[in-house]
Write a protein that binds this ligand. Structure first.
Ligand code: NAD
Length: 329
């Protein structure tokens, strides 16, 4: 069977080939994300596997249906880039990868928090050959800090364990308080978490119409003065303008993010010597080293990639043998 994967970076190819040895599919590994120019690659394929920011709208679904594609899968947890209902109406099977290494994203959250609290301003100066020690380098150790984790599911709990391993007092807020999380952190109300935390790490999914821009001016005003905010979940849960204002006012000392709303218009492109199409993001970039931005690379690790490839190929195999997979949408 011929399987098309979109958005396969060159560094990932060897992993695809190695894992496919036990499946034996004929894989087409397209480096570009799905775009208007590469829909035709699906001709002759039975399965198409997307990644985040590959928009499978009605037009694309009609196109691949005409080509005879049977499976429209994604190698991501989130599937908001696929018109799932329409795809299913057209008779396509749709499946996802429900989880992959939570450490990939948890480690990025910890890394952003540590850099913001400890190294980012130092490095920003030393790359300019300035080795003077400035007062802004003075740091609070993580073991003397309170870390607030919002959303204590797979990734949030992993981040909580990592922060706890560094000695932090970890508190959490979640609408569902799991016993597993209770062993690692103390659950508090969201207001208490905002007021007590030196670092807040966001790990809640985005539910359109429910938690849009939950991190807004009101949320930020409830945070500790001079605290750090890290978002490795979804851009839609934050108001970028309000975060920018909180940084300018000194309310936030640092902000690290792996995500923006409408990030597809910004990420995975090079804007060197050009304006970023979102003026708020443009201003945020200029607040480096108080602002650290990573282009949605939370899951860009060896373990997460292997999980994604293996589960995607298992989803196809399961459909071939049983007519369905446990990860169908
Ligand atoms: P999960 O389902 O295991 O955990 C989510 C937790 O959030 C659950 O415990 C749930 O009860 C809680 N929650 C839901 N709504 C809430 C609310 N309004 N307030 C407080 N808690 C709430 O999910 P996960 O696998 O831990 O993923 C968390 C987030 O990370 C998702 O948004 C996901 O899209 C994002 N993510 C980002 C990357 C990346 O590359 N940056 C990669 C994978 C996942």
């Amino acid at each position: 069977m011929k399987v098309l994967f979109y958005g396969v970076r060159p560094v990932e190819v060897a992993y695809f080939n190695q894992i496919n040895e036990k499946f034996g599919y004929d894989m087409v590994l397209e480096e570009a994300f799905l775009n208007e120019g590469n829909a035709d690659l699906a001709k002759g394929c039975e399965a198409v596997v997307l990644r985040a920011n590959c928009l499978a709208d009605k037009k694309y679904i009609d196109t691949i249906k005409e080509f005879g594609v049977k499976y429209l899968f994604t190698r991501t947890v989130a599937f908001n880039h696929i018109d799932v209902e329409y795809a299913k109406e057209q008779g396509l099977k749709v499946a996802r990868v429900p989880s992959y290494s939570p450490n990939a994203i948890g480690e990025l959250a910890v890394s952003l928090a540590l850099q913001l609290s400890r190294t980012a301003p130092v490095i920003a100066n030393t790359v300019n050959k300035n080795f003077l020690v400035s007062g802004e380098y003075f740091a609070k150790e993580i073991r003397n800090s309170v870390v607030g984790v919002v959303g204590t599911g797979k990734i949030g709990l992993t981040a909580a364990k990592l922060f706890k391993g560094l000695g932090a007092k970890v508190i959490g807020y979640d609408i569902f308080q799991s016993d597993e999380a209770k062993e690692v952190l103390e659950f508090v109300s969201l207001e208490e978490l905002q007021a007590q935390s030196d670092i807040i790490s966001l790990h809640v999914p985005y539910f359109p119409g429910s938690n849009d821009e939950m991190v807004n001016a009101e949320f930020l005003s409830g945070m500790k003065d001079g605290s750090i905010l890290v978002n490795t979940s979804r851009g839609e849960i934050q108001n970028h303008g309000d975060i920018l204002n909180a940084l300018k006012a000194g309310k936030l000392r640092g902000y690290g993010t792996d995500v923006f709303s409408k990030e597809a218009t910004i990420f995975f492109q090079d804007f060197k010597d050009k304006e970023i199409p979102d003026p708020v993001v443009e201003e945020l970039v200029h607040l480096y080293p108080r602002v650290l931005i990573t282009p949605h690379i939370g899951s860009f690790t060896d373990e997460a990639l292997m999980n994604m490839i293996e589960t995607s190929l298992e989803n196809i195999q399961s459909h071939e043998t049983n007519g369905s997979s446990p990860n169908d949408l």
